[in-house]
Design a protein around this ligand. Sequence first.
Ligand code: SME
Length: 160
Amino acid sequence: MYDFAPDRSLPKAEQYRQLLDAAEALTAGEPDGVANMANVAALLWEFLPDLNWAGFYRMIAGELVLGPFVGRPACIRIALGKGVCGTAAATAQTQLVEDVHAFPGHIACDAASRSELVAPVLREGTVIAVIDLDSPLAARFASDDAQGIEALAAMLAHRI
Ligand code: SME
């Protein structure tokens, strides 16, 4: 059993350091990327309040394919450049979307989603996956969330 209880009285950057440590420990020595993505999705779900989806899309043969996640069933394949995830993958840039209704081409897998944060996972400069977080709250994510998830993505580059 792995117990992880973030201390929400700490500054957010410190909470994300704890998340990173937990994810690092949870994936250390495990070569199976699916197992590691599944555990990290579960960790994100426990760690971050006000989410309705947390998980991965993997870059396979030039498109994003659904990976391990927590939340409602989601679209399976996303073309590069489409939606928030496809934009993050195509540009290799984190997408912080305060209002998904205002994002051109947003793909609504769950009508409840209002804001979204997607960070690319890069290995040797190539996007191999994205981490996708959805929230039913508008403007749920801020730049400190983006930084925390980017640090997690960097750590996972050789573990998924
Ligand atoms: N909203 C995403 C699609 C994936 S789901 O949110 C899980 C997008 O626009 O790329």
